[in-house]
Design a protein around this ligand. Structure first.
Ligand code: SF4
Length: 100
């Protein structure tokens, strides 16, 4: 790449005209609420004590920082379970209070 071309690329980047979807860079955080529901016998679910219905008052997936609202109110995505759906009223040991 010659100096002129490199300069043009840097100018383009500086102008912010290049858009790279974050989901393509970090597939883990891509929305996955349309994926299959997390199975309760999934080894990760077992390890984290995941349940489709929380028994811990005030702590549900839809109140967790790691939850992304899905296409329905009942199910959404969680970075802990990429490619799968978790119940909005579910819970696991990784629950973190939503701050936003
Ligand atoms: Fe639900 Fe646990 Fe994911 Fe939080 S980390 S959204 S509590 S499964």
């Amino acid at each position: 790449m010659n100096k002129s071309t490199r300069r043009e690329v840097l100018k383009t980047l500086a102008k912010g005209t290049v858009f790279i979807p974050l989901g393509s860079l970090f597939p883990m955080i891509a929305r996955s609420e349309d994926g299959p529901k997390v199975e309760l016998d999934d080894p990760q679910a077992v390890a984290l004590g995941y349940a489709h219905e929380s028994i811990t008052e005030g702590e549900t997936c839809d109140g967790c920082q790691l939850y992304t609202v899905g296409d329905t109110e009942e199910w959404g995505a969680c970075v802990i379970f990429p490619g799968k759906s978790v119940a909005a009223k579910g819970w696991c040991k990784s629950w973190i209070k939503k701050t936003t």
